[in-house]
Design a protein around this ligand. Structure first.
Ligand code: TMP
Length: 211
């Protein structure tokens, strides 16, 4: 059986990742089996760790390195229980955030050493990476305006000041520059259907399948 592909969608909050994943699933599922998932979370254990990361209590002030390790622990569970088994069964997995978010948020945003985060993830995940990463990019002021309109309220990282979000955006741009074989960057401030058509074309070209 052919293995499924692993596609990750990355970018700052408010760039429309969830909308794109929903649209993508509707189109891809006509031809292949698709599993949509997210990080931090996506498996039972990783969802428990997600709660720890976002906990609103007096214990929620994790140091940057502890927080990075929580994200990586959650990823480890998610990878072993959900991502790899599905891919091995021929299912295409579309994941809302993955390794690049740890580099962008905990590295560029929180100031941990990028090389250390890369080395840790390379050794823990045995250099496992997505087959394709779509990075949605948009001006940070516009992202923050979109986040503030959300009915769900703002969570941990969304509440950070604009300089944090600018650093995270810069992080994603750097990640793109360093990983051009795997990553594609798209302007997120466009009609959602136009963006989705662009993503489909990228997938068609990369994997030689017409959706
Ligand atoms: P979301 O599920 O609404 O995208 O929120 C996840 C938040 O967690 C988002 O602000 C980005 C952040 N995050 C990290 O800081 N590091 C990571 O490794 C991941 C996967 C997410």
């Amino acid at each position: 059986m052919n293995k499924g592909k692993f596609i990750t969608i990355e970018g700052c909050e408010g760039t429309g990742k969830s909308t794109q994943i929903k649209l993508l699933k509707q189109k891809l599922k006509k031809k292949i089996k698709v599993k949509c998932t997210r990080e931090p979370g996506g498996s039972l254990g990783a969802e428990k760790i997600r709660k720890l990361i976002f906990a609103k209590s007096k214990f929620d002030n994790w140091s940057p390195i502890t927080e990075a390790l929580l994200h990586i622990s959650a990823r480890s569970d998610h990878l072993e229980k959900i991502v790899k088994p599905n891919i091995n069964n021929g299912v295409w997995v579309i994941c809302d955030r993955f390794r690049d978010s740890t580099i962008a948020y905990q590295g560029y945003g929180n100031g941990l050493k990028i090389k250390v985060l890369e080395m840790m993830q390379d050794s823990i995940f045995n250099k496992f990476h997505a087959d394709l990463t779509i990075i949605l990019d948009m001006d940070v002021n516009k992202c923050l305006k979109r986040i503030k309109k959300r009915k769900t309220g703002m969570q941990k990282y969304e509440k950070m000041d604009i300089s944090f979000h600018k650093k995270v955006r810069k992080g994603f741009l750097e990640i793109f520059k360093k990983n051009k074989k795997r990553c594609v960057i798209l302007e997120a401030d466009e009609d959602e259907n136009i963006i989705n058509d662009k993503i489909l074309k990228i997938i068609n070209d990369k994997f030689k399948i017409i959706f």
